[in-house]
Unconditional design. Structure first.
Length: 178
């Protein structure tokens, strides 16, 4: 009986081994099925991540282009504003400078006209008429510059004085009176 028992034990062990192999095969198929599902899920996630990465890259490129465009636009507006400020400053400087120059020229011209009016007014006086007569005869420069024959200039009391003197021949020269 021991042989039969051993045989029964061996057959029972073989049966047990068959069941365990069947269970192992079932578990292996389940693992393979789960692994295939996981691979499909991983592939789907990988595809989603690739799409998200592509979308993020595209968005970052668009943002970069937009920022570069914004920078160019900002620089253009800044340059344009600076040019306009310089232009306004130049126009203001020209306007105020021209106006100041006009006012100064007008004041100088008015002063010269007043001086000439005064000179013209003096020229119409008897003294002015006599001075004009002396000038016409050529005696005014001779008198004013002390250039007559034998005339000399001397300093007295801090001022220059013109004296007629006799020349070497004993002659005294003078000027013509109008």
């Amino acid at each position: 009986m021991t042989e039969e028992r051993e045989l029964d034990d061996g057959l029972a062990a073989f049966d047990q081994l068959g069941r365990e192999m069947a269970e192992t095969n079932r578990l292996l198929r389940a693992v393979r099925s789960d692994q295939a599902t996981r691979n499909q899920q991983e592939q789907a996630l990988s595809d989603e991540m690739k799409a998200a990465l592509k979308q993020a890259t595209g968005a970052s490129q668009e943002a970069l282009q937009a920022s570069q465009t914004e920078i160019r636009s900002s620089l253009l507006w800044t340059g344009l504003m600076a040019f306009l400020i310089v232009l306004v400053a130049f126009a203001g400087g020209y306007f105020f400078g021209q106006r100041s120059g006009w006012d100064t020229g007008h004041a100088d011209g008015y002063q010269k006209a007043r001086n000439q009016e005064a000179a013209a007014s003096w020229a119409n006086t008897p003294s002015g008429q006599r001075a004009y007569g002396l000038d016409q005869l050529g005696s005014l420069d001779m008198l004013a510059l002390c250039k007559g024959d034998g005339w000399t200039m001397e300093r007295q009391k801090g001022r220059t004085v013109c004296f007629p003197k006799l020349d070497a021949k004993g002659n005294l020269s003078g000027w013509y009176i109008p």
